[in-house]
Design a protein around this ligand. Structure first.
Ligand code: UFG
Length: 333
């Protein structure tokens, strides 16, 4: 089976390519390097022993994308490509709507033209907004608090309409919780440009003395220690979730939604202590005001992915924090 991976050199895309190859899939990857680097292709070759069939392109560029489908008999698509920074999306909403929606619509048009009917889409737990009930089930009410989240929700709607128009499609929508960690080789990991927005890459930079301290955004939430609770999932577990989804959609038409998380919530303070203890490194922090738009707690009900996709996360918190730090130590600039 030949799988097109959009956003193939990004954080989650690159780890998923490793697992696709490990599971015997043929991979065609595309990326425009807007938030990743060409060196990832060398790292992928080093890990998998294979040269990746890669096209540098923006998924909004229909002619270039058509060429990929013409030159390869694509059986299924995993669509990761998209902008993903919450704060930036509030400042530049049109850039987010243009890029994330245009790329998806272009991809779906080209898939339709070449009669490719199988797609796995990267959605996010952000579509649950501030959840009314925990753990969060796939049937929970959907809402968003920022343009980035709205693009995910709109794309889920677009995919649903595409399925309604043609029941031959097989669509899996994966709602990620908080991906962290890195490949154990230290060759692949999360490498955001500039000052990180997310907790784990920020902790890593503090531990590595590139930033003076972590700001903990609020310690007065209604949580056991007052700091925010999230469902952190190892990026390799997340990658494996895509393999299970692909296996499932290969055999079943339809559209369905799955949470990819561990079902276990950890607070910011718990993450900081786990990181320090496991890696034996100091992570100085200060308590700062709450960050606008943040919620107290978010963790997944993972029953559906277990029952339907036969997938569940197996990596521990220790492996998450250890591999995240290992990536930085091995890639000192
Ligand atoms: N946090 C800090 N300090 C920081 C960064 C984060 O205290 O410097 C806290 C946040 O307040 C929150 C927790 O760490 O309690 C996790 O924050 P992240 O920014 O790492 O992750 P979020 O849960 O806010 O958002 C992430 C992704 C979104 C996605 C969402 C889905 O960034 O893209 O999960 O639930 F939509």
């Amino acid at each position: 089976m030949k799988v097109l991976v959009t956003g193939g050199t990004g954080y989650i895309g690159s780890h998923t390519i490793v697992e696709l190859i490990n599971h015997g899939y043929e991979v065609v990857a595309v990326d425009d390097f807007s938030n990743s680097k060409p060196i990832v292709l060398d790292k992928l070759k080093e890990i998998t022993g294979q040269k990746i069939n890669f096209y540098e392109l923006d998924v909004c560029d229909k002619e270039k994308l058509r060429r990929v489908f013409k030159e390869n008999k694509i059986d299924a698509v995993i669509h990761f490509a998209g902008y993903k920074a919450v704060g930036e999306s509030v400042e530049k909403p049109l850039m987010y709507y243009r890029n994330n929606l245009d790329s998806t619509i272009t991809l779906l048009e080209v898939m339709d033209e070449f009669e490719v009917r199988k797609i796995v889409f990267s959605s996010s737990a952000t579509v649950y907004g501030d959840p009314e009930e925990l753990p969060i089930k796939e049937t929970a009410k959907l809402s968003t608090t920022n343009p980035y989240g709205s693009t995910k929700l709109f794309i889920e709607g677009i995919l649903k309409d595409v399925y309604i128009s043609n029941n031959n499609y097989s669509i899996a929508i994966l709602r990620y919780f908080n991906p962290v960690g890195a490949h154990p080789s230290g060759l692949l990991g999360e490498d955001p440009n500039g000052i990180p927005n997310n907790l784990m890459p920020y902790i890593v930079k503090v531990a590595n003395k590139e930033l003076p301290h972590l700001n903990i955004f609020g310690n007065d939430y209604d949580t056991p220690d007052g700091t925010g609770v999230r469902d952190y999932i190892h990026v390799i577990d997340l990658a494996l979730g895509h393999i299970s989804a692909l296996e499932y959609i290969d055999k079943h038409t339809g559209i369905d939604y799955y949470n990819l998380g561990t079902g276990q919530g950890y607070s910011v303070l718990e993450m900081v202590s786990a990181f320090s203890e496991v890696n034996k490194v100091a992570v100085p922090y200060e308590i700062a005001p709450r960050r606008e738009g943040d919620i107290a707690m978010c963790y997944a009900d993972t029953t559906k992915a277990k029952q339907v996709l036969n997938w569940e996360a197996t990596h521990s918190l220790q492996e998450m924090v250890e591999s995240a730090y290992n990536f930085v130590v091995k890639n000192q600039k």
